[in-house]
Write a protein that binds this ligand. Structure first.
Ligand code: SF4
Length: 209
């Protein structure tokens, strides 16, 4: 099967399996969505959402975060792990958000990734979720599923993104991210993939023998 056909097949099967798949980070406000995205590194979305509920009891804006300061912020976001680095990133990003971006998230990936603390994963997440701009979010689940299926040979997220984008239509990208992540969490598990119940087992190159 050609890679573009494989991408469509995977998309269609997973779309049937997970009709409600969506981003699991709360999206109440673009700035706090950006904060959640930074907090989500190596942390579950459930924990991030809960932590931001606690954070928003103390601050309600980017200005208030800067006033709060790095040390106090790091105490509040501690449950998300890597809290010192994340607090530093949130403060640096907030200064850019306020001063350079005029309190608006840019709609341009190059501008987004020019900000320390924002990589392609977060940048693409912001473009897709905030603006509906076609963008593929490659996280650890996406990378694993794409490689097992045979859509890429790479482990490098930027190369995986390029490989998958090359063989799929832009209209698929945002939803494909949600579908692959949900599938990776539920069936195509890192340690024990449930190949016996997988709807893609007939076309998967990485199927468990
Ligand atoms: S067959 Fe197994 S390895 Fe392949 S996509 Fe399905 S669950 Fe993942």
């Amino acid at each position: 099967m050609r890679k573009n056909e494989l991408a469509v097949r995977a998309y269609d099967e997973l779309n049937k399996l997970y009709p409600d798949a969506s981003c699991s980070l709360d999206l109440d406000d673009p700035y706090f969505f950006l904060v959640r995205a930074i907090l989500s590194a190596q942390c579950t979305d459930v924990r991030v959402n809960k932590t931001v509920i606690d954070l928003k009891k103390v601050v309600d804006s980017s200005d208030a975060i800067l006033k709060l300061g790095e040390e106090r912020l790091s105490e509040i976001i501690k449950p998300c792990g890597l809290y010192k680095a994340k607090a530093k990133n949130i403060i640096k990003t907030t200064v850019i958000y306020n001063e350079k971006w005029n309190r608006t998230i840019p709609q341009d990936i190059d501008e987004l990734v020019s900000c320390p603390g924002i990589g392609r994963k977060i940048g693409n997440l912001l473009l897709g979720e905030l603006y509906g701009i076609p963008a593929l979010v490659v996280d650890t689940h996406f990378k694993r599923v794409a490689k097992r299926l045979g859509l890429t040979k790479s482990d490098d997220p930027a190369t995986v993104e390029k490989d998958v984008c090359k063989v799929s239509d832009p209209s698929m990208w945002i939803r494909m991210g949600h579908l692959f992540v949900t599938f990776g969490r539920n069936i195509c598990d890192a340690r024990s993939p449930k190949c016996e119940i997988c709807p893609l087992s007939d076309v998967c190159k990485g199927k468990k023998k």
